[in-house]
Design a protein around this ligand. Structure first.
Ligand code: PCA
Length: 327
């Protein structure tokens, strides 16, 4: 399996290096790694985006989506696109908050807790985000939020004190920090690997959307999902800027138009997937509902600490994002 992945990665490398710089003459074949399961709405949306691009560029760009971390794991996708190992890919940028705190704009607890607010926050962050990405040889094509983040456990939890010592699966800096501040033990695990991590007891808890719990059938190991709407993190589809610079204007416009359509369709799918997947967790046997008052107020206190830490780390950019969001 590992060998297959490496072989595929090597093939992708050759294909993109050999592709002509200009769309027009020959079709470019673009491999697009995505980290989440094929049936997840982000991945299905990615396939529709690929279809749109194929049609919109009259076959000049032919994108093949590789979901589930099959080509590159989530954590490796950004670098793969930056360095041109693949021309395009999707990544949860808050996973790279250690490179630049701005990447974590969407994981500040209780800053934006609804789809509407998260859209406002994204608009506020977009200029700074794009500038940072451009400096890293990346061109942003479209971004789609996950549903609101809630807490998963294998027991009833009514306060932060109840979380003491629990092994907690994290997916970015904010989730790891949340674990520390709640007395839990963070362990970083990709979404593609969480079913196994919960089954073997490597992790016993996480913060995520109903969507990811549903995709990974976590009811096989976990029992409770508490809706806390802590934040709505974004996945971002990015193209290597050298590849992008080699495209003619019509091709760029066609890809961007498909990106706009994908952002809108992805947002609607995320909204629809929210209740659908919470019901799916219930059908799987889990107890699903709002967190109790004590748990919420404990978490809000931790949110205040984490917001201050993020503002400190993100400096002027962070302050400008929060100001623009509040106006
Ligand atoms: N699912 C992803 C990121 C946020 C979400 O809802 C995950 O758990 O890895």
């Amino acid at each position: 399996m590992k060998q297959l992945t490496m072989l595929m990665a090597a093939t992708a490398l050759t294909a993109s290096a050999a592709a002509p710089a200009l769309a027009g003459g020959h079709a470019q074949k673009w491999d697009m790694p995505m980290a989440y399961s094929a049936s997840n709405f982000h991945s299905e949306n990615g396939v529709k985006f690929a279809d749109c691009v194929r049609e919109g560029t009259e076959g000049a760009i032919d994108i093949t989506v590789h979901p589930g971390g099959s080509l590159f794991k989530g954590a490796d996708i950004k670098r793969a696109v930056q360095t041109g190992q693949v021309p395009i890919g999707e990544r949860l940028l808050s996973g790279h908050q250690n490179e630049n705190a701005v990447f974590g704009f969407d994981s500040v607890p209780f800053l934006a807790t609804s789809f509407d607010d998260s859209a406002k926050l994204f608009d506020a962050a977009k200029p700074a985000l794009e500038e940072i990405l451009n400096d890293q040889n990346l061109t942003l094509i479209y971004s789609v939020p996950w549903p609101p983040q809630g807490l998963y456990f294998k027991k009833e939890v009514n306060s932060v004190a109840d979380m003491e010592g629990i092994k907690f699966r994290s997916y970015n800096n904010a989730t790891a920090r949340l674990a520390e501040l709640t007395g839990m033990l963070p362990v970083t695990i990709e979404a593609a690997e969480i079913s196994q991590a919960f089954a073997t007891g490597v992790a016993e808890s996480m913060i995520s959307s109903g969507a990811t719990g549903y995709d990974r059938k976590v009811w096989e190991s976990l029992t409770h999902f508490y809706e806390v709407d802590a934040w709505l993190p974004y996945n971002h589809v990015m193209v290597n800027s050298d590849t992008w610079g080699g495209l003619d204007d019509d091709t760029k416009a066609a890809v961007m138009a498909c990106g706009e359509a994908a952002a809108a369709a992805g947002l609607e799918a995320s909204k629809a997937y929210t209740n659908f997947t919470l019901n799916g967790l219930r059908e799987g046997g889990m107890t699903v509902g709002r967190a109790g008052d004590q748990l919420v107020s404990d978490l809000k206190e931790i949110g205040v600490t984490m917001t201050a830490e993020w503002l400190e780390a993100a400096g002027d950019d962070g302050a400008a994002i929060v100001d623009a969001f509040n106006n």
